[in-house]
Design a protein around this ligand. Structure first.
Ligand SMILES: Nc1nc2c(c(=O)[nH]1)N=C([C@H](O)[C@@H](O)CO)CN2
Length: 119
């Protein structure tokens, strides 16, 4: 199966970082997701109930990450991948967590992980 549902540039404000000053401010993470699934049943029926609802996933991740209090973007990535595989009908996830502004000399920094199948 090679179908993918995409969510690109999902901006989520949260409290994250290694340093003490970061634990006292909100920063924006930007998530890019590729979700491996089978889109054929939803397409055949033209039915959102059979689709991987990118709006519902975006809302769930926003609530989850904004309430998270961790230091590393690696932790965010790993926890989000686990949530997606457990709560939604995805068989695999490629997930990038970007932290723009974390390194002044860089446009953005981030991590990318792949979990499950389909890639
Ligand atoms: N691999 C990582 N390196 C760093 C992280 C991180 O989450 N993963 N975080 C920081 C700091 O929190 C940084 O964003 C503040 O400038 C440093 N390195």
């Amino acid at each position: 199966m090679t179908d993918l549902v995409l969510i690109q540039g999902l901006r989520i404000d949260t409290v994250i970082g290694v340093y003490q000053w970061e634990k006292e401010i909100w920063q924006t993470l930007v998530l890019d997701l590729e979700l491996a699934c089978d889109v054929a049943p939803a397409a055949a029926a033209d039915d959102i109930q059979q689709a991987l609802d990118y709006a519902a996933i975006s809302d769930r991740l926003t609530a989850y990450v904004s309430a998270m209090r961790v230091e590393l973007i690696e932790t965010v990535a790993e926890r989000c991948a686990t949530l997606l595989l457990e709560e939604f009908a995805v068989v695999g996830v490629r997930l990038t967590v970007n932290k723009p502004g974390a390194v002044p000399q860089a446009e953005s920094v981030g991590v990318r992980i792949v979990r499950g199948q389909g890639f």
